[in-house]
Design a protein around this ligand. Structure first.
Ligand code: NAP
Length: 358
């Protein structure tokens, strides 16, 4: 047991505090965060919008934070880690179902998994904690000590593209030259996930467009240029072209439906963003005809496995060596952990906010 500073909430009620807490620690690897990231889920918890979040057993609070990059502070040699190693901890922890028992708790089939900082397990927004080696991914590239905070959001993207590759096998999907060149990918939403999805779609060779229903700032436009994607302001209209791959990070049914109506034969739409408070939209018989007659696949995807964290780190290393400035400009704000106003006040120019624990 130890007393440490941490960012906490009372799930699912909400609120946020930077306070001294005492929590049980029993992992063999000692860790101290370098940075923790803030995403929409953290804000949703603070606002009390996430009914599915809950405190760990026998606690009336939960330590927040699921995005982090940490330094190992102590480790027995049997763990495979050494003091000074940099690691990213895995968010989801297994329950007892077959997917959980085989390292695929991202595909948990009975809902009994836990998520650090979200459902029943303390998260990473604290001065120090301990963990088990099987839930730690080593960061081998020292250049990722800051942009490595994007590993957790990028691992979701890596999984979605694996899902895309699986689903696309139901027909001949690629172009006549065996690539995805000439195919159109649209990504709805210009948050951190939207940008990481667009970078990956460009990496795969798609003509990639990222879109929002309003203009975006200069920093975002520069990232689009650096990674070869187009920005579309949908309030001014949408290009008249078929969509082969659609990825939605908005969770807005009307926007998603508008694009599904433009989808090509054998195309794939991935639902990733969630927004339980979005207004409903009319899904008609004509929409069903369009989806059926064109063999359109609609898939949802949540979280990712340890293997996707490792692949995400490889992509970050590559993108960082190609476009270091652009990748790092995704981290728009660095704040102190005690500055809890970042959970409730949002600057529209922010993409990824990092809390600096050093
Ligand atoms: P974010 O920063 O809030 O990004 C959401 C983006 O969607 C914002 O740019 C927002 O625009 C835009 N948007 C909202 N409604 C729109 C509409 N009607 N048309 C076009 N754009 C619209 O969040 P994030 O961190 O990138 O995450 C994206 C979503 O994924 C969130 O819903 C999050 O909860 C979810 N998520 C899912 C998983 C998963 O495993 N499935 C994992 C992590 C996160 P504004 O600029 O106007 O705000």
């Amino acid at each position: 047991m130890s007393g440490i500073n941490a960012v906490t909430t009372n799930a699912p009620k909400g609120g946020v505090r930077y306070e001294r807490v005492t929590v049980r620690e029993d992992g063999p690897v000692g860790l101290s965060p370098i940075y923790t990231g803030i995403c929409g889920t953290d804000r949703g918890m603070v606002l009390g919008h996430l009914d599915f979040s809950y405190n760990p057993d026998k606690q009336d609070f939960i330590v927040m934070g699921h995005e982090s990059i940490c330094r190992v502070t102590s480790a027995d040699s049997k763990t495979g880690f050494r003091e000074g190693d940099i690691v990213v901890p895995v968010v989801r922890r297994p329950g007892g179902c077959i997917n959980c028992r085989t390292g695929r708790q991202d595909n948990c089939s009975d809902g009994k998994k836990h998520e650090a900082g979200i459902t029943g397990m303390n998260g990473f927004m604290r001065e120090s904690f301990t963990d088990s080696p099987e839930f730690l991914v080593k960061v081998k590239d020292p250049a990722l000590a800051r942009v490595g905070i994007l590993t957790e959001p990028l691992k979701n993207v890596v999984k979605v593209f694996e899902v895309f590759e699986t689903v696309s096998r139901r027909s001949i999907y690629f172009s006549e030259d065996s690539t995805y060149e000439g195919k159109n990918a649209y990504v709805i939403g210009t948050g951190a996930e939207g940008f990481l999805f667009s970078m990956m779609a460009s990496e795969y060779g798609f003509n990639t467009s990222i879109l929002n229903r309003h203009p975006i700032d200069e920093n975002r436009l520069k990232i689009c240029d650096a990674f070869g994607m187009d920005f579309v302001d949908s309030s001014k209209g949408i290009p008249d072209e078929n969509v082969d791959l659609l990825i939605d990070t908005s969770g807005d049914p009307a926007t998603l439906l508008n694009f599904i109506r433009r989808m090509n034969y054998n195309s794939i739409a991935v639902m990733f963003g969630t927004n339980g408070k979005a207004p409903p939209a009319d899904f008609t018989g004509k929409d069903i005809d369009h989806i059926v007659e064109r063999n359109i696949s609609l898939v949802g995807s949540v979280d990712a496995a340890k293997v996707h964290y490792s692949r995400a780190l490889s992509y970050l290393s590559r993108w960082n060596s190609m476009n270091a400035g652009a990748l790092s400009s995704m981290i728009t704000d660095e704040k102190k952990p005690s500055d809890v106003s970042v959970f409730t006040e949002r600057n529209p120019e922010s993409i990824k906010i990092a809390l600096d624990w050093s």
